[in-house]
Unconditional design. Sequence first.
Length: 325
Amino acid sequence: MKVAVTGAAGFVGVNLVEQLLADGHEVVAIDRVRSKVLTAEGVTWVDADILDVDSMVRAFDGVEVVYHLVAVITLAHKDDIAWRVNTEGVRTVAEAALTVGARKLVHCSSLHAFDQYHLGSALNESSARATGADLPVYDRSKWQGEVELLKVADRGLDAVICNPTGIYGPADYGLSRMNAMLRDAGRGRMPVGIKASFDMVDVRDVAAGLILASEKGVQGENYLLTGYRADLTELFRIAARSMGRRGPLFALPLKALELVLPIAEPIGSRIGSDVFTKAAIETLLTSPVVDGSKAARVLGYKPRPTEETMRDFVTFLVGSGQMRG
């Protein structure tokens, strides 16, 4: 079957394309960059503008299933490019998929499309969405992107939405923020941790969940792709121990992070980073319990154990030359 993946050179994209190739599919890979690891027969790289319908229609010629992964991920409160790509880009891709008669579109959204900051209980697919003007632009744009997609679905496009939690693991030639911190811990460069936990999901399980959604997902429905709630400091220690290092000696309490909230964004601005932002810190402070039972029940989705992910990730880092053994 001929399928298309937007954002094919990204973290999730590379893992998804590899699974699709293993399943025998022909993949049209769409990204502004080319992945050096996706050179196998069966992958065709195409230049296309996700903000231009005609360009995407040409890219989707003959495609049966579209996986839309492109997004601008930011922890800033305001970012005009992120807003446009994460909203208008979703609508454009959906319009093109409808035009070419694609059988299915799977949109990779995010846990951030839900309002994680005002929960009274576990987060599930019926929880409140990220509509508040006080929320980070990534959260608001991911929700609005879903809104734009559903408008096209109402006109006949069979589209489903997947919302992964915190993604980590192999393969990652980037590295993502979380994977980079785990590598630093493995190098012995993480003396202090944070007393925080978050639902972390293996990127390979996210890719598998997206494929399951293309096969079993119901039009217009959301599916939370979860992993397991993990203690972040313990993950850092596992990475460190695997390389013969001790890892964080102690963990800072979340209350300490609350104290820096008023100055977090100025610090981030001065050092040119969006890691030290109110949004980043509040994500750890809220750290919702996420209910992934719908994806398990409807899609047959089942994430692998945290220990397996960590073992495979460290092996990958050493094997790919990103960390010395």
